[in-house]
Design a protein around this ligand. Structure first.
Ligand code: SAM
Length: 313
């Protein structure tokens, strides 16, 4: 059992038991097309299969965690306390990408991270650059306010500094465990529909999309500049139905407004009330109406997910 390296909006740690209760007791390969922080994947450590996310910075980070865990941990250990002064040795010590002056180490790293997003020539094109990119993402994620990845409409990471008594941004052991968990997994960076090609009969697909908003003011779908709109939600329902027709096990979480749609499509749907600390505004936290839908028949489910050997299928 590994732990997630990153904190991510929509993290599923509080819902693990309910999700596992729908998993089949046996399956071949495991696929997670909306990985995010990967709470389910890292807890389960499946053998083989695929994980995927459209966020290229997140995917780069997981590839570095899998392939270069020691270099990543070493680089992270060289980072400084977020509240200390900017490092004069590092580029962009004086100003951020909007030319505002930067007076703390945290904001210096944030400015470096955002500069990279806009300057094509600095986007990871060699191993060292990919490790630097991943280290910046982990450092910012562990030291920013509430540990959220959030981009403004220009695609810049805009979360302010967090207040932690003793922030641990290195987490070398977590990185090593996550690296082992990812060792046998293909990491992809594309739209979720790839799973129609990747998943075979007897496999298990756990689907955790950006939730459809419960109301016009809720913004659960805004994980990145791209967003995930109503058409994407409808496309996802079609993909889930097609997987079902092909004998693939599907377990899906989404917001309560999708209840009827998944039931009409033939899935077994239940409502769950989970407390999500997704919103940085304390007053907006609270019970979120969400569903879990599955096509796994009750008699094939298990409280503790297991993986059958590929040879059994
Ligand atoms: C709800 S989060 C997943 C949370 C995750 N289960 C966890 O425990 O942290 C949804 C993820 O889907 C990704 N995403 C958005 N649109 C996508 C698409 N069209 N295809 C694949 N991934 C997408 C986002 O970048 C985000 O990381």
């Amino acid at each position: 059992m590994a732990d997630p390296v990153l904190k991510w909006a929509g993290g599923k740690r509080q819902l693990l038991e309910e999700i596992y209760a729908r998993f089949p007791s046996e399956f071949a390969e495991y696929h997670e097309p909306f990985l995010g922080g990967g709470a389910v994947f890292f807890d389960m450590e499946p053998r083989g299969g695929t994980v995927n996310d459209t966020n290229p910075r997140l995917v780069n980070c997981y590839r570095v965690i899998r392939d270069r865990p020691e270099e990543l941990a070493d680089r992270l250990a060289a980072f400084d306390d977020p509240e200390s002064d900017p490092d004069p040795e590092l580029a962009f010590a004086a100003e951020d990408w909007k030319d505002r002056s930067v007076d703390q180490y945290f904001y210096q790293q944030r400015a470096r991270f955002n500069r990279r997003a806009y300057a094509d020539e600095t986007w990871p094109d060699d191993e060292r650059s990919r490790i630097e990119e991943a280290a910046l993402l982990v450092y910012l994620n562990r030291t920013c306010y509430n540990g959220l990845y959030r981009e403004n409409s220009d695609g810049g990471f805009n979360v302010p500094i967090g207040r932690y008594a003793d922030p641990d941004w290195v987490q070398a052991d977590r990185i090593r465990e996550a690296s082992d968990a990812l060792a046998r997994t293909e990491i992809r960076n594309e739209d979720f529909e790839y799973v129609l090609d990747a998943a075979a009969e007897g496999d298990l697909v756990y689907v955790d999309p950006p939730y459809e908003p419960m109301s016009a003011t809720a913004d659960f779908a805004e994980y990145s500049a791209e967003g995930f709109d109503r058409d994407d939600q409808e496309r996802l329902l079609r993909v889930a139905s097609e997987l079902d027709e092909r004998g693939v096990n599907v377990v899906l979480s989404n917001s309560g407004v999708t209840f009827e749609r998944y039931r009409e499509a033939g899935f077994d749907v239940t409502r769950e009330g989970a407390t999500r600390s997704i919103n940085s505004d304390e007053t907006a936290r609270g019970e979120v109406d969400e569903i879990i839908a599955t096509n796994v028949p009750e008699e094939e489910r298990s409280e503790s997910p297991g993986q059958a050997s590929i040879a059994d299928f």
